[in-house]
Design a protein. Structure first.
Length: 95
């Protein structure tokens, strides 16, 4: 199975000191921690399987603990669509 790369980025949370990224194969499915203790607000070179749909969520962490998970971001991968979906942005705590 071929795979493609996307860059995930999200809105800054002012008092966050780090972030966790979660992934699932269904928007309302169970999310597993994909990356822990990310100190920037982006993750480049995320490998996603070709001909598949993945869903990502992010949480922000500070001295008070971990926030609820963000809304889900759908990333559909195909040979051509991963190029079009580079720099997909997760919206944490939308207005």
């Amino acid at each position: 199975m071929e795979s493609g790369e996307v860059q995930l980025s999200w809105n800054d949370v002012g008092n966050a000191v780090r972030y966790h990224i979660y992934v699932s194969d269904a928007p309302d499915g169970t999310y597993a921690r994909f990356k822990s203790n990310v100190f920037s607000k982006e993750v480049p070179n995320v490998i996603v399987p070709t001909q598949a749909v993945s869903y990502f969520k992010v949480s922000a962490l500070n001295t008070n603990g971990e926030s609820p998970l963000s809304e889900a971001l759908e990333v559909e991968s195909s040979v051509t669509s991963t190029k079009n979906q580079a720099n997909k942005k997760i919206s944490l705590f939308p207005n």
